[in-house]
Design a protein around this ligand. Structure first.
Ligand code: FES
Length: 147
């Protein structure tokens, strides 16, 4: 499924559907990207060692381009869809402005979909296969042919 990502504003989340699952596409600003490096000690799998993402997203941002975050929007506990908190995540994890909070049983994920310690969700959010068709569009659901 091809998605035009050019109109997603910094901080905005676009929700699309892929194989019946919600997929989030979030444009992260520089402050959000900088924050990702500051709380590794609070995460269960900060380096994405578990195979919850394609190889090209096994990096500090869990994405192909740092600014654009693509993830399956389902909690890895029992599959609720977490809520995006762009400004008020600090109420969940002190000192962190934005993240995802699952209201079902209180799991918390950072802006790279990495799960915090001490919550029921065992794993980071799933990153689906995707690739850039061009500068303004991505294709969700497949790896680039020949890549
Ligand atoms: S389904 Fe998200 S915390 Fe249980």
């Amino acid at each position: 499924m091809e998605v035009d990502v050019s109109k997603i504003e910094p901080g905005q989340l676009l929700r699309v559907e892929w194989r019946g699952k919600p997929v989030w596409i979030v444009r992260r600003n520089q402050a959000t990207l900088d924050d990702l490096a500051k709380h590794d000690n609070k995460l269960r799998d900060p380096d994405s060692a578990e195979p919850q993402q394609p190889e090209y997203a096994q990096n500090a941002y869990r994405s192909i381009k740092p600014e654009l975050f693509v993830a399956v929007g389902l909690c890895t506990h029992l599959g609720c869809s977490p809520t995006y908190l762009p400004d008020s995540f600090g109420e969940q994890v002190q000192g962190i402005t934005s993240g995802f909070f699952c209201p079902c049983h209180g799991s918390k994920f950072d802006m790279a979909g990495r799960v915090f310690q001490g919550v029921p969700a065992p794993l980071n959010l799933v990153i689906p296969p995707y690739y850039y068709v061009n500068d303004t569009s991505i294709l969700v659901g497949a790896d680039k042919e020949g890549a």
